[in-house]
Design a protein around this ligand. Structure first.
Ligand code: C5P
Length: 424
């Protein structure tokens, strides 16, 4: 996503550095547009180095490329953090005497203002009227956080923390994209896990798996495009955060369990797409496990033996969700099964047994192997339904097409299972 980070002249400009990093580290393309006053707090070299782009506050630079118009026109999101009372007043009045205010006039994408100022300035009727005007025109103006301000005083006026700003920005983009309400998942809150867990052995090593997260991310993007509010619990995925999706980064199976448990009650559908490790090392070595050691302590007494790593079972998160739901009909719970097929049965036979064992509503089974599925863009899956609906095979198809079909299946299930409360 092409993001413009506007920074106006307040002490909280230093927090915008973390917001910039959050955007760039998640694969977004960020142009920083500070005001002159902002550059008194954080200098242009910091913004340029961290964004990888030249930085100016003036409309007189880069004139041949008509930057004062182009930056705003091309933006997919503009966020102003911090937004001072003065910047808010200028934006409300339609002034355009520097690059940031000109950009705000030309942007047609979601615009988020994160005000930060002293409480008196925030509560002043002039500021409140300007905020109301901007909101009435469709801008998102966040409420400042309350707490300690620059001096000894405290009250509303603090810039929210970078993580909260980041989430608010993605929510603004999602709201714009889903605002038509036309999508068949509009109004639904969807929680998706993606990627593969890592179970730490020591500070440098872990037990992991080959899941790339592509299928889970495709599910998240398709759900978002169909109008759902999407939260994505992402385990060790290197893909950029999908715009308009709230991404929660985790590492281990226990992290996934905690992230899901703390959110599940707020969601209508949970899709457990992540490859969650069934086992983790019983003990975590706080220092790096050495290749050799000398139990005798004598010179040249290298011990060639290898350590034995004892494993313990991880909780089955999917089964735990089903048990916690009990007799309720929500959330709809979807599991994935990566199967290789073995002497015990074909992929489909193993998947049927797994659907029964896990007790989820839908199971998406796919055949995996060293060069099958993991990291690939195309895939073949079988959809199995607990309510006895006919099984479906989808593919070979792109992971986006598979995601579409999975959501079709979940959508139809919602209509069948709860006539009084269908997904519509
Ligand atoms: O039993 P198996 O690992 O094959 O089941 C896969 C499904 O169960 C996936 O949906 C995965 O996200 C979920 N799972 C889980 N907790 C585990 C292992 C897998 O929720 N510990």
């Amino acid at each position: 996503m092409r993001v413009v980070l506007g920074v106006s002249g307040g002490i909280a400009a230093y927090k915008a550095v973390s917001l910039l990093r959050r955007f760039t580290e998640t694969g977004h393309d960020v142009t920083v547009v500070p005001t002159d006053a902002a550059l008194r707090f954080v200098g242009a070299p910091t913004w340029a180095a961290l964004s990888g782009k030249p930085v100016t506050s003036q409309v007189w630079d880069d004139v041949e490329r008509v930057a004062h118009v182009r930056i705003g026109q091309q933006a997919e999101l503009v966020v102003v953090a911090p937004a001072t009372a003065d910047l808010i007043a200028k934006a409300a009045g339609g002034q355009a005497d520097d690059l940031l205010t000109a950009t705000l006039l030309t942007a047609r994408c979601p615009v988020v203002y994160a005000p930060a100022m002293h409480t008196e300035m925030w509560l002043h009727p002039a500021t409140q009227a300007n905020v109301a005007l901007l909101r009435s025109r469709g801008a998102v103006v966040l409420d400042p956080a309350a707490g300690r301000l620059t001096g000894a005083d405290s009250g509303p006026g603090r810039l929210p923390e970078p993580e909260a700003l980041y989430a608010a920005c993605l929510a603004a983009v999602a709201a714009r994209e889903g605002s038509t309400g036309a999508g068949d998942l509009a109004g639904l809150r969807v929680l998706i896990t993606a990627g593969g867990t890592r179970e730490a052995l020591d500070p440098v090593r872990f037990l992991g798996n080959r899941s790339s997260g592509k299928q889970g991310y495709a599910l998240a993007e398709v759900a978002r495009d169909r109008g759902a509010q999407v939260s994505l619990v992402s385990a060790n995925v290197t893909l950029p955060d999908p715009a308009g999706v709230v991404v929660i980064r985790v590492e281990s199976a226990l992290d996934v369990q905690q992230a899901v448990a703390s959110r599940v009650t707020d969601h209508d559908i949970v899709v457990m797409c992540a490859a969650v490790a069934d086992f983790r090392p019983k003990a975590y070595a706080p220092t790096k496990i050495k290749k050799t050691h000398d139990p005798t302590g004598g010179p040249g007494g290298a011990d060639e033996s290898a350590p034995v790593i004892e494993l313990v079972r991880n909780p089955d998160i999917l089964r735990g969700l089903v048990e916690a739901r009990g007799a309720a009909t929500r959330p709809i719970i979807v599991g994935f099964a990566a199967e290789t097929g073995d002497a015990g049965g074909t992929v489909l036979e193993l998947a049927r047994a797994k659907l029964a064992r896990k007790g989820c509503d839908v199971l998406v089974a796919n055949e995996v192997g060293r060069h099958l599925t993991f990291g690939q863009d195309a895939n073949t899956v079988h959809l199995l339904f607990a309510d006895g609906s006919p099984e479906r095979t989808i593919g070979p198809a792109t992971k986006v097409k598979i995601a579409e079909a999975v959501w079709d299946g979940i959508q139809a299930l919602g209509h069948r299972s709860t006539d009084s409360n269908p997904i519509d």
